[in-house]
Write a protein that binds this ligand. Structure first.
Ligand SMILES: [Zn+2]
Length: 238
C-alpha cells in the first residue's frame, strides 16, 4: 500500500523535518520575549533588596539623630547642674531645677523613641539579611537562565541551518508530483501538521469523519489523498 512506498515515506520524512523547522523557528522568535521576562524578574529582585536597604538606612539615620539629641540634652543638664552649684539665690536655684526637670523629661521621651527606633532598625537589618540571602540565590539562578537562553539561541540557529539542508535534500529526493501536492497543501492549510493519519475513519488533522470515498482512495486506489474537510494529506498507517 501507498503508506509503505518509499515515495510516501520520503514525504513523511520531509513533513517531519518541516515541522521541526517550524517549531524551532517559533522558539527562536519567542526567545527575546522570554529573555525580557527573565531580565524583568532580575530587576524586581534587585529592587526588593534596594528597598530593604533604604528602609534600614532610614532607621539608622533616625536612631543616630536620637543619639545626638540625647547627648546634647545630657550636656545641657550637666551644664545647668554646674550652674546650680554656683547660684546663691533660692529663686535662681529653683529656676534651674525646673529647667533640669524639663530637660530630663525631654530626654526620657527621646530615649523611649530611640529604643523603639533601634528595635525597628534590628528588624529591618534581619529582613535585609533574609532578603539578600534569598534574592541573591534567585538572581543567580535567573542569570544562569539568561546564559542558557543565549546558548539556546545558538543551538536553535544551528538546528535551523541543519534542517534547511535536510529539507532541501528531502525535496530533491522526492517524487516531484508528491512534492508539488505537498507544497500546495502547505499553502492551503497554513499551519502544521500537513500530513496526518486517518484513525477510526476520522482525519486526525481536523477530527472530522472522512467519507468512504476518501478511505477507498487511500486503501484501494492507493493515491495521494486529501481530506475533503481540511485539505490535509491523509493516509492510513498499517
Ligand atoms: Zn481533515
Amino acid at each position: 500500500m501507498l503508506f509503505d512506498e518509499p515515495e510516501f515515506q520520503a514525504l513523511l520524512l520531509l513533513h517531519g523535518r518541516d515541522r521541526r523547522k517550524i517549531g524551532t523557528e517559533q522558539e527562536l522568535r519567542d526567545l527575546p520575549k522570554v529573555r525580557e521576562m527573565v531580565k524583568n524578574k532580575i530587576e524586581i529582585e534587585k529592587e526588593t533588596i534596594a528597598s530593604a536597604q533604604i528602609e534600614l538606612r532610614e532607621f539608622e539615620t533616625k536612631a543616630n539623630t536620637f543619639a545626638n539629641l540625647i547627648a546634647s540634652i545630657e550636656t545641657k543638664i550637666s551644664q545647668q547642674k554646674t550652674k546650680q552649684l554656683k547660684v546663691k539665690r533660692q529663686e535662681e536655684y529653683q529656676a534651674l531645677e525646673n529647667e533640669i526637670k524639663g530637660l530630663q523629661e525631654q530626654m526620657n521621651a527621646d530615649e523611649d523613641e530611640q529604643l523603639e527606633t533601634l528595635m525597628k532598625e534590628d528588624d529591618a537589618r534581619a529582613t535585609l539579611l533574609i532578603a539578600e540571602g534569598k534574592h541573591t540565590d534567585r538572581v543567580h539562578s535567573l542569570e544562569t537562565e539568561l546564559e542558557e537562553l543565549n546558548d539556546r539561541e545558538k543551538v536553535l540557529q544551528e538546528e535551523i541551518i541543519e534542517l534547511e539542508k535536510q529539507i532541501k535534500t528531502s525535496g530533491e529526493e522526492m517524487e516531484p508530483s508528491f512534492l508539488r501536492e505537498y507544497e500546495r497543501v502547505k499553502k492551503v492549510v497554513r499551519r502544521p501538521p500537513y500530513v496526518v493519519p486517518v484513525e477510526d475513519q476520522k482525519c486526525t488533522g481536523c477530527n472530522l469523519r472522512v467519507s468512504n470515498d476518501i478511505v477507498s482512495s487511500i486503501l484501494v486506489e492507493e493515491k495521494l489523498t486529501i481530506c475533503d474537510q481540511c485539505g490535509r494529506i491523509v493516509y492510513i498507517a498499517r
